[in-house]
Design a binder for this molecule. Structure first.
Ligand SMILES: [Zn+2]
Length: 504
């Protein structure tokens, strides 16, 4: 079943690209190659699997976004960067990716639990501010950090507070189907109604029951039953953000938010769902239960999770610990800048380690990343300045692609870049590496010049669409798209190598 596509918007008007397409941007030719075989490690099957999307040439991808109650730390960003890298590689490989990354601005309770305070309402009390003002403030800060880390803008960035009707709709379906029930304080999902519960995380019900305490006041039928909707009564009587529902005034549980937001924009079945490994349980396990009991199976074809980041050393008093806000050992983007590094040095550092390797963050590691990034950028500048050459470097391109296609093996891909740097200098074939340099630049996103960063994705999407029109000799559409691009402040010139884009 193809996913139901949401209303088209400019950033989503990317054509399916097969074969080769040349796009001339600031003197550089970017070539889109036919799709190659990509394998990804699927947390659900615990296996490397060949990637094959629901709809040929298209990828629907959902990333669990931030809960906006404070500034995310670099461990959180390492997970978002992994998703950004995967999306970039899919796009470089020719897929049209629709990426949804949400903002959680209500319903995420402390300790990811069913009881306790809402993280945002708690922060609002501390700062003596309105919860929505808190969410706005930390959303803005988050978006600034994303920009500094050169992450691509998702096609859709829904907020939980704007998707309440869809959540209520799914909960009603679950109640009607016998998968959820109402209690005094909310509506809960009945885990025993879903035999596959535990398949993602391995937390099968038998294990969860052992040692779990059943809180009688919750009236839960099983200790692992989780909240879909919390009523504004008892401990939550003063919850500020509240909506009417068939079960009275209340607010959603955290897990239902992602089921609703992914379904709204990507349809009931999606290709890729990403998140940090901390999200596997309970968050993603619960998302599967909700989505598959209210829609078709599988909800997600490939579950991709980023390993966590550690900090500290064995000789320090606290030893090596997971980087976490609750442990008070977090490093933020501002800390990185104050240490004298660019956020793009951090981007390189976090992406240079394989996403399923547990990175221990050190200043030495960041320092090495900064030096390596500089070396690659110097080489890219030399490539740009060298006269064009048609020496054959196909095997180098294949090495890079095979590494990226092997479950996004970035250490191997970067090793091939350093080998190519040495080879191209020794053999005097720098001028043959322009296309390769662009593939590396677009894949990693940390070698961009300021000018390239400034080209908005919607302009690039229109340029791609125009290329398609030109190849079909549809000059009317081509002229109209030139005007659309001009309206966004960019001039297109048609050169023998392709289109050249410059700011007007
Ligand atoms: Zn989520």
């Amino acid at each position: 079943m193809p996913p139901k596509q949401a209303a088209t918007k400019v950033g989503n008007r990317r054509p399916v690209i097969a074969g080769r397409l040349f796009l001339y941007v600031f003197g550089a030719v970017l070539r889109y190659d036919s799709r190659m075989s990509l394998t990804l490690y699927n947390t659900f099957s615990n296996k490397d699997e060949e990637f094959s999307p629901i709809e040929e040439g298209k990828v629907s991808m959902y990333t669990c976004g931030p809960t906006v109650y404070g500034r995310p730390h670099i461990g959180n960003y390492s997970s978002f960067l992994m998703a950004d890298l995967l999306r970039r590689w899919l796009e470089v490989s020719g897929y049209a990716v629709t990426h949804v990354k949400n903002i959680t601005d209500v319903g995420h309770l402390v300790a990811d639990a069913d009881e306790g305070e809402d993280k945002i309402e708690k922060q609002a009390k501390q700062e003596k501010a309105d919860p929505l003002a808190i969410a706005r403030k930390y959303t803005e800060q988050y978006l600034e950090d994303e920009k500094a880390l050169n992450m691509l803008e998702p096609q859709y960035r829904p907020k939980a507070t704007e998707t309440i009707a869809e959540m209520i709709g799914i909960i009603e379906t679950l109640v009607a189907g016998g998968h959820a029930y109402e209690t005094k304080d909310g509506v809960y999902f009945a885990v025993e109604s879903f035999p596959d519960y535990g398949k993602l995380s391995g937390n099968i019900l038998k294990n969860l029951t052992a040692g779990a305490r059943v809180e009688v006041k919750e009236e839960k039928r099983h200790p692992a039953d989780f909240a879909l909707w919390k009523k504004c009564i008892g401990a939550n009587a003063h919850h500020k953000l509240r909506w009417n529902s068939p079960w009275g005034e209340g607010f959603p549980g955290w897990h239902i938010e992602c089921s609703a937001m992914s379904q709204k924009f990507l349809g009931k079945q999606i290709d890729i769902h990403t998140g940090g490994e901390d999200n596997i349980f309970p968050h993603h396990e619960c998302e599967i239960a909700q989505s598959e009991c209210s829609g078709p199976k599988p909800f997600v074809r490939y579950w991709i999770h980023k390993r966590r980041i550690d900090i500290g050393s064995t000789s320090s008093p606290r030893g090596v610990q997971k980087m976490s806000k609750s442990l008070g050992n977090v490093v933020t983007i501002s800390d990185i800048q104050e240490m004298g590094y660019s956020p793009l040095d951090l981007r390189y550092y976090l992406l240079s380690v394989h996403y399923r390797t547990q990175l221990k963050f050190t200043k030495k590691g960041l320092d090495d990343a900064k030096k390596a990034r500089r070396k690659i950028m110097e080489w890219m500048a030399e490539v740009e300045q060298s006269p064009r050459s048609d020496a054959d470097i196909t095997s180098w391109k294949q090495k890079f692609s095979s590494a990226m296609n092997a479950d996004i093996n970035t250490p191997e891909a970067l090793a091939s870049v350093f080998d190519l740097m040495a080879y191209s200098r020794n053999e005097g074939v720098l001028g043959a590496c322009r296309e390769m340099a662009d593939i590396i630049r677009r894949t990693f996103g940390c070698f961009d010049t300021q000018q390239e960063q400034a080209i908005p994705t919607e302009v690039l999407a229109l340029v791609q669409e125009r290329e398609q029109a030109r190849s079909k000799k549809d000059f009317e559409a081509s002229d109209r798209l030139r005007d659309d691009i001009a309206a966004l402040g960019y001039e297109v010139r048609d050169l023998p190598e392709g289109q050249k884009i410059t700011p007007m």
